[in-house]
Design a protein around this ligand. Structure first.
Ligand code: PMP
Length: 359
C-alpha cells in the first residue's frame, strides 16, 4: 500500500468524552476531567493578565521564526536558537519528524503501549512499525536496539512513557545512544519532563552536544497548562532542526500561543507550585491505592496507571456515571486498568470514594 492509499483504511482522531456531553448524558452538573493529563491547576496567572494586550494585530501573520520564544527558550536550555523547532503541540513536531524521515520501505521502532501518535504518523508515511512490548511499564531498550536493521530510520523513546508514567534512566539512555548507529534518529519524548523526580534521570539536553542523532521533545501543554494553545518543541543539533524547519508550515504556531508560552516559561513559581501539588496529590493517591491493595505503574508524571481486576472499560463507565472522566486501559492498548490524571486534592478525594465503591 502506498502512503496515500493507507489513509483510506485509517480513522481520524476521535477525542475522548467531552465534558458537556457527559453532563447531558448522565444529567450531572459537575464533571471532573482526569483523562488527558492536563494541568488541574490551570496556567500561569501572568498569561491571563497580559492576554488582552495581545489581542491586537491579529490581522498580521505570526512571527514564523517564533523569535522571542526561541531566544528565551534557547537561553533557558543553554542551546543555540537554531537548535529548536516549534510545532502546534509536540503532536505536530512528531508529524514533522515522520514526514521528514519515513517513507515506504523504511521502519521505525517504538514501545507498546506508548504515545499513539508515533505509530499513527509513521503509518501515514507508509513505514513499517516495529513494536516492542514494555516490561512492567518500562521500555525494553535492549530489545528495541536489537530490532535495528538497515531500514530503520527512527527509534522512539517516550520518557516518562504515556500511558504508564515510567521513565528511562541514565543507563538505559546511554545504552540506546551508544548502540544506535548515528544515521538513525532517536526521538526522546519528554512531554512530562517537568514532573520528573528521579535521581537517575538523564540530562538529555546536554547529551545533544554528544549525539548528533538525538532530538528531545517537550511541550507547553502539560505542566505549563497551555494545552489549548498548542505549543511544543524539539531540541537537537542544527542539522536535524534545519531539516525539520524546512518541512514545517511557515506559520505553524500562532502569535497568541508564542506569547503565552513565553510568559509561561518565565513564571517559574507556577511551575514549582504545580510540581509540588502534583507530588502531594499523587503521593496521597498512591497511599490510597496501597491501602486498597491495588497495584499501579511507577509514575514520574501527573498520571497513574492503576491495575484493576476488571476491564478498564467497566471502571471507566462507572466513574463516568459519577462525573469523572478517566482513560480506560483498553483505549490505551493496556487491558485491565485505567489511567487517571492526578487532579486537585478535593477532586482526588471524591474520586477515591467512587473507586472504593467500584472495587
Ligand atoms: N507526547 C506525549 C508522551 C504525550 O502524552 C502527549 C500528549 N498527550 C504529546 C506528546 C502531545 O502533546 P502536545 O501535542 O499537546 O504537545
Amino acid at each position: 500500500m502506498t502512503s496515500k492509499e493507507v489513509l483510506k483504511s485509517m480513522s481520524p482522531y476521535k477525542p475522548g468524552k467531552q465534558i458537556e456531553d457527559v453532563k447531558k448524558e448522565y444529567g450531572l452538573s459537575r464533571i471532573v476531567k482526569l483523562a488527558s493529563n492536563e494541568n488541574p491547576f490551570g496556567f500561569s496567572k501572568k498569561v491571563k493578565e497580559e492576554m488582552s494586550e495581545w489581542m491586537s494585530n491579529l490581522e498580521i501573520y505570526p512571527d514564523g521564526y517564533s523569535t522571542e520564544l526561541r531566544m528565551a527558550l534557547a537561553k533557558k536550555l543553554d542551546v543555540e536558537p537554531d537548535q529548536l523547532v516549534f510545532g502546534a503541540g509536540s503532536d505536530e513536531v512528531i508529524e514533522i519528524i515522520c514526514n521528514s524521515y519515513l517513507y515506504p520501505g523504511t521502519n521505525t521502532i517504538m514501545a507498546t503501549p506508548t504515545f499513539p501518535q508515533y505509530k499513527h504518523n509513521a503509518v501515514i508515511e507508509g513505514a513499517e512499525i516495529v513494536e516492542v512490548p514494555l516490561v512492567n511499564g518500562y521500555h525494553d531498550v535492549k530489545t528495541m536496539v536489537a530490532k535495528i536493521n538497515k531500514q530503520t530510520k527512527i527509534i522512539w523513546l517516550c520518557s516518562p512513557n504515556n500511558p504508564t508514567g515510567c521513565h528511562i534512566n541514565q543507563e538505559e539512555f546511554d545504552y540506546v545512544m551508544s548502540h544506535c548507529p548515528s544515521d538513525i534518529l532517536v526521538v526522546f519524548d519528554e512531554a512530562y519532563y517537568e514532573y520528573v523526580d528521579a535521581d537517575d534521570y538523564p540530562d538529555t539536553i546536554k547529551a545533544i552536544g554528544q549525539y548528533e542523532n538525538l532530538i528531545v521533545l517537550r511541550t507547553f501543554s502539560k505542566a505549563y497548562g497551555l494545552a489549548g494553545l498548542r505549543v511544543g518543541y524539539g531540541v537537537a543539533n542544527e542539522a536535524i532542526t534545519r531539516a525539520l524547519n524546512v518541512t514545517r508550515g511557515p506559520f505553524n504556531t500562532t502569535s497568541l500561543s508564542q506569547k503565552a508560552a513565553l510568559i509561561a516559561l518565565q513564571d517559574e513559581t507556577f511551575l514549582q507550585e504545580t510540581f509540588k501539588k502534583n507530588q502531594e496529590n499523587k503521593q496521597a493517591f498512591l497511599s490510597f491505592l496501597d491501602n486498597l491493595g491495588l497495584s499501579y505503574d511507577d509514575s514520574q508524571t501527573n498520571f497513574v496507571f492503576v491495575h484493576l481486576p476488571t476491564t478498564g472499560d467497566e471502571a471507566f463507565e462507572y466513574l463516568l456515571s459519577k462525573g469523572f472522566i478517566v482513560r480506560s486501559g483498553e483505549a490505551l492498548g493496556r487491558s485491565k486498568g485505567i489511567r487517571i490524571t492526578i487532579g486537585k486534592k478535593e477532586d482526588m478525594e471524591e474520586l477515591q470514594s467512587h473507586i472504593r465503591e467500584f472495587i
